[in-house]
Design a binder for this molecule. Structure first.
Ligand code: DLL
Length: 434
């Protein structure tokens, strides 16, 4: 198959790429203005009409979309095609608050899967490969995205989904998996088990495509050593389609953003001003083709910078440095996006006050998360419910909110240190954005 899935697009000379983006942007802004009521309202409010957008350079004139905008319009507000043209939804985690439901037409899915196919080929994939997908399937975009990309490449696809390590290893060995797709923390976990069981020589793995959460260069080295593979980063978010918005090539020097489909910008998260290439700021995406759930200047809250220098792989598309932090307080724990406000909502619902602390750590290759919450003085005085019962109820509430098991410890009033400034709600000992 060669080193590119679509060489003419992936190595397109930059002037041609800009021309393509300009043409698509002009058409798409008109489409969105005519079909997406909340974005039309934003443009009207900003005094911008589709005629003001004549090409790529006019992008900064357009208003931003934020996660709160999508949340306020939940679930159908941004849907811009008749419902009978939608063939799929995917969704972010969380039962209330921050959940976003993204809709797709068949063309939207094709584009998304094409992005994932490009990522698989960039990691050395071809028809001869056996692609072992152990991202979660379901509402999470990881499994379905890489699965679809692997089909497009023509590889034999193993839709394993996440968990059940014994079964993963059995299939890997029996069916000769060559490329593995999962979160980097699960890859590290698998690597550890493979070393422990002495399985490395029985496996045919050569590459891995890992993303959905921050990971360090140290983790990359560790995974490459224990699995005996080359480890590639992949990035994306549900709102823009899912994985494949950007991915690494063999140069492993940043992720190429699929610029024929997405225009990236880096902005100052406080002022919204566009920053020059090379400066760290918030990553913003304009999706140029998405019809069911269009996004113009969507603020990801991920912090990084863009690199425009020529890449040794021959791809011309701009590279983003791996996310270096967040402009908000989201954490990815056990592969799931977690906001402290979701945890706080569960605690307040159950009658506690906002005196709590969240401690996140990584023991070996596994994330741990513990919430310590104070009893209110009234609860302590009444002393009518044992702490273990209280803890079990909070654990259940958090499981239903976040979908993951959180350890909970109920502590006496006034135990958690008070802050004189901003409360330090989260202690994340993992230090993943190095
Ligand atoms: O995590 C999509 C995905 C699936 C990407 C599989 C890669 C592989 P969400 O659940 O909506 O979508 O979470 C998106 O996860 O804004 C980042 O903060 C974080 N994230 C995703 N990929 C990376 C990465 C999927 N490679 C949010 N490095 C994003 C660091 C990442 N953070």
């Amino acid at each position: 198959m060669g080193k590119y899935f679509q060489p003419e697009i992936e190595t397109m000379p930059i002037p041609e790429l800009r021309k393509l983006q300009s043409e698509k942007l002009v058409k798409h802004v008109k489409y969105v203005y005519e079909n997406c009521a909340p974005y039309r309202a934003k443009m009207d409010e900003a005094g911008i009409t589709p005629d003001d957008i004549k090409g790529y350079d006019d992008l900064p004139k357009l208003p931003f979309i934020t996660k709160d905008d999508l949340k306020d319009a939940y679930p159908y507000g941004y849907v811009s095609v008749p419902m009978e043209e939608c063939v799929r939804i995917q969704s972010t985690s969380g039962t209330t608050g921050k959940r976003v439901v993204a809709f797709y037409t068949q063309d939207d899915i094709d584009i998304w899967e094409t992005c994932c196919a490009r990522a698989i080929v960039a990691a050395g994939g071809s028809k001869e490969d056996v692609v072992h997908v152990c991202y979660g399937y379901g509402l999470f975009t990881g499994g379905p995205g890489l699965n679809g990309g692997s089909h497009k490449v023509g590889s034999l696809t193993l839709p394993m989904s996440s968990g059940n390590t014994d079964r993963q290893l059995q299939f890997m060995e029996d069916l000769g998996s060559t490329i593995i797709c999962c979160t980097p923390s699960y890859a590290a976990n698998l690597g550890e088990t493979i070393v422990k069981r002495g399985l490395k020589d029985k496996l045919k793995l050569k590459a891995g495509i890992f993303g959905a959460e921050p990971w360090t260069e140290e983790m990359r080295k560790d995974i490459e050593r224990t699995l005996g593979i080359k480890a590639y980063d992949i990035y994306g978010l549900t709102e823009t389609c899912g994985p494949g918005v950007s991915f690494e090539c063999e140069d492993q020097s940043g992720m190429h953003i699929q610029e024929d489909y997405f225009i990236p910008e880096i902005i100052n998260p406080d002022t919204g001003e566009v920053l020059p290439d090379g400066e760290v700021g918030e990553l913003v995406f304009t999706c140029l083709d998405k019809k069911a759930f269009p996004l113009i200047r969507y603020r990801t809250r991920d912090l990084c910078y863009l690199k425009r220098e020529k890449c040794a792989c021959g791809r011309t598309h701009v590279r983003m440095h791996k996310p270096m932090g967040r402009a908000d307080d989201m954490m990815v724990v056990k592969g799931v996006n977690v906001w402290p406000s979701q945890i706080e909502a569960v605690l307040l619902q159950q009658g506690y006050q906002a005196n709590y602390q969240i401690v996140v750590d990584r023991i070996g290759t596994k994330d741990t998360i513990e919430v310590q919450v104070e009893l209110t003085p009234e609860m302590a005085e009444a002393n009518d419910i044992p702490n273990y019962e209280r803890e079990a109820k909070i654990v259940a509430g958090l499981k239903s909110m976040l979908g993951i098991k959180v350890d909970v410890q109920v502590v006496a009033p006034m135990t958690i240190p008070r802050s004189e400034g901003k409360a330090k709600r989260v202690v994340d000992k993992r230090d993943l954005y190095k």
